[in-house]
Design a protein around this ligand. Structure first.
Ligand SMILES: [Zn+2]
Length: 124
């Protein structure tokens, strides 16, 4: 783990500021894609085509997404969409990373709150 390791040493105000900064820099949540973009060589299904003899079409861009253990989905991406798809995949990665960091901060804030409550309570 990276970002969370140093949180314990930061003052609470710094944690809140960092959280605010992360929230403000979230990528647009409507412009995200989970998956990987890769290039593939494909057959078109026409038995008379050259691809049926091994000379496949391509490379074509392909988006592949893991849906669960052993389950993937995917589809062809038009060349003019590749840049956008790349950007959306990157947005997804950043969004996930920043949400994870915000969650780490919130966990740390909870932990401190609890520590303060315990200090306040008189011991018997
Ligand atoms: Zn073909």
């Amino acid at each position: 783990m990276k970002a969370s390791s140093g949180l314990g040493r930061l003052p609470e105000l710094a944690l809140r500021e960092r959280r605010k900064g992360l929230a403000q820099r979230l990528p647009p949540v409507t412009e995200i894609l989970r998956g990987s973009l890769l290039q593939r060589y494909v057959t078109c299904g026409n038995p008379a085509c050259k691809c049926a003899k091994g000379e496949r079409h391509g490379p074509i861009w392909y988006l592949t997404v893991t849906l669960g253990p052993g389950r993937t989905a995917g589809g062809i991406v038009a060349p003019e969409k590749v840049a956008e798809v790349r950007a959306w995949i990157e947005n997804y990665r950043q969004l996930k990373d920043r949400l994870e960091q915000i969650s780490d901060i919130n966990r740390e804030l909870l932990r401190r709150q609890r520590a303060r409550q315990r200090q306040r309570r008189p011991k018997r």
